[in-house]
Ligand binder design. Structure first.
Ligand SMILES: Nc1ncnc2c1ncn2[C@@H]1O[C@H](COP(=O)(O)OP(=O)(O)O)[C@@H](O)[C@H]1O
Ligand SMILES: [Mg+2]
Length: 257
C-alpha cells in the first residue's frame, strides 16, 4: 500500500482535480484506491460521491475525534463510466470531509497516521486531498504519507510554496518521518503561451529530478468532468487532458517502483 499526499499550500492549483483523476486512472488500471478527503471544503468527496444516495455519513472528522474506527467512515464511490450508464463500483472508496474539519483539535502529529494503520492491506493506493495551508492537520497528513506530490501552476505563489513545503518535509524527516517527494508538475498550462513553456523549462532546471516533465493542459473538460462527478478517464477518456493525466500516472508509477 502506497500513501500519497497531493499538496501545495496554494489554493486553485488542481490538487483536488489531480486526486480525483489519479483515483480514476489507477482504478481503471485495476488498483484498489482510497481517497481521504482532508480539505474542509470537501470538493473531492462531493465529486466522487455525487451519485451516492446517502446523506449524513460519517467523515474524517469523526475518525480524528476518535468517535469511530476509520473503517466505518469509508464509502464506496459509485461512478458513471460512460454516457448515462448506471453508476457502479469501479474500485474507489472515499472517506469524506466536512466543514468542521478546520476546527478539529489534534493532540499530536500522528493522529491520522495511527488511524490509517487500521486500513493497511486493504488498498493499493491511499490518496490524500490536502487543504491549501500548512497546519498541525497538514503535518498529520504528511506524517501519514509515504510520498508527497505537488501540483503547481505557472505563478510565483504556487512555485514559492514548493520551497516552504521542502522546509516542512525536512523538519518532519528530522523528527523521524519517512516522507519522499514524488515530484512537482505543472497544471492548468496554457500550451500556446510561450511564457508557460518558458516556466516549464525553468522548472526542469530548478527542480532537477523532482520536476515531473508531464504538464496538464488547461481544458474545460477537466472542469466539466468534476462538475459531473467523474474522473476524466470515465468522462472523456480520449481527450488530450485525460491523456496528460494518464502520462502523469505512468511517470509517478515509474518513480514509485
Ligand atoms: N486542467 C484543467 N483545466 C481546466 N480547469 C481545471 C484544470 N484543473 C483544474 N481545473 C479547475 O480549476 C479549479 C481549481 O482546481 P482544484 O482541483 O479545485 O484546485 P485545488 O484543489 O488546488 O484548490 C477548479 O474549478 C477545477 O475544475
Ligand atoms: Mg481542493
Amino acid at each position: 500500500m502506497k500513501r500519497i499526499a497531493v499538496f501545495n499550500q496554494k489554493g486553485g492549483c488542481a490538487k483536488t482535480t489531480t486526486v480525483v483523476n489519479l483515483a480514476g486512472i489507477l482504478s481503471k488500471r485495476g488498483y484498489k484506491i482510497l481517497v481521504v478527503d482532508c480539505d474542509p471544503q470537501a470538493n473531492a468527496s462531493s465529486t466522487l460521491l455525487m451519485e451516492n444516495d446517502e446523506n449524513d455519513v460519517p467523515t474524517i472528522v469523526d475518525v480524528l475525534s476518535g468517535h469511530i474506527n476509520i473503517n466505518e467512515a469509508v464509502q464506496v464511490a459509485y461512478l458513471r463510466t460512460r454516457g448515462n450508464g448506471k453508476p457502479k463500483d469501479v474500485g474507489i472508496s472515499v472517506i469524506p470531509a466536512e466543514r468542521g474539519l478546520s476546527a478539529v483539535d489534534l493532540a499530536s502529529e500522528s493522529v491520522l497516521a495511527d488511524a490509517i494503520h487500521d486500513l493497511i492491506g486493504e488498498y493499493d493506493y491511499i490518496l490524500f486531498d490536502c487543504p491549501p495551508y500548512i497546519s498541525v492537520f497538514t503535518i498529520n497528513i504528511l506524517a501519514a504519507s509515504d510520498y508527497v506530490l505537488v501540483p503547481a501552476t505557472v505563478d510565483k505563489d504556487s512555485l514559492d510554496g514548493y520551497g516552504e513545503l521542502v522546509k516542512t518535509i525536512y523538519t518532519l524527516k528530522c523528527n523521524g518521518v519517512d516522507l519522499k517527494i514524488l515530484g512537482v508538475f505543472l497544471t492548468l498550462l496554457n500550451q500556446r503561451e510561450s511564457f508557460d513553456q518558458y516556466i516549464c523549462r525553468q522548472c526542469a532546471k530548478i527542480f532537477g529530478d523532482e520536476y515531473i516533465p508531464v504538464s496538464i493542459r488547461r481544458h474545460t473538460f477537466a472542469k466539466q468532468a468534476s462538475l459531473f462527478g467523474r474522473p476524466l478517464c470515465y468522462y472523456r477518456p480520449s481527450s488530450p487532458v485525460a491523456k496528460d493525466y494518464d502520462a502523469l500516472v505512468d511517470n509517478i508509477l515509474e518513480r514509485i517502483k
